[in-house]
Write a protein that binds this ligand. Sequence first.
Ligand code: NHR
Ligand code: GAR
Length: 216
Amino acid sequence: MKKIVILVSGRGSNMEAMLAARAAGQLPVEIAAVISNRPDAKGLETAANAGIATRSLDHKAYASREDFDHALAACIDEFSPDLVVLAGFMRILTPDFVRHYEGRLLNIHPSLLPSFPGLHTHQRALDEGVRIHGCTVHFVTAELDHGPVVIQAAVPVLDSDDESTLAARVLRQEHSIYPQAVRWFAEGRLRLEGGKVRLAAELVADCALIAPQLAG
Ligand code: NHR
Ligand code: GAR
């Protein structure tokens, strides 16, 4: 069975979605460890309660990004994972770190990339007035939020939305597509080849047609 290490910075609901999928027999992986750059991350507590090894490496204790990433990679590699999963991990990673995990480092980003890379994606989507928003699972490359896309889910943006209602709608989709992507990897159906995603999987859905909300 493939081994994964999950990196979190906070709440850890995407990590919980992986635990739930595993418990339901839908994610054939060994979750070797959950690691956080924030010692107080709720996700660490959740993982420890589920009997998973946890580690925390406070990025503020390191003099540079390179030093932190070096220590982080050493910590991860103690578990010799096949795949490293960023789940709400909030530190930009150095090119050396990314290269070390090439083809075995996934991220979930809360927008339909290439729209809205970076932070505060839901508020920016509202400010732009887009009608469709969503989330993206991608392989991580050195260029932030620009790696090859594995799977995306779309949600409508409603006139009544604020940042938190929109974030909640997107988050429900994150909890569905991220375990799916990790499952494909675990089953050997998903890989990065020459900088492109190769996926041997059935079509998940035909298409999503999302119209603007009717006024009134
Ligand atoms: N690293 C690389 N090289 N490439 C990517 O695609 C990465 C990455 C590290 C994290 C997740 C990403 C997201 O999905 C991710 C993708 C953090 C920031 C950020 O600005 C931006 C994007 C993402 C994660 N972080 C600030 C920093 O200075 C700190 C912000 C904070 O601590 O709240 O690192 O959105
Ligand atoms: C998720 O919405 C994830 O997509 C996003 O943060 C949230 C983490 O929630 N990630 C980023 O913004 C990365 N910069 P979680 O901790 O409950 O999984």
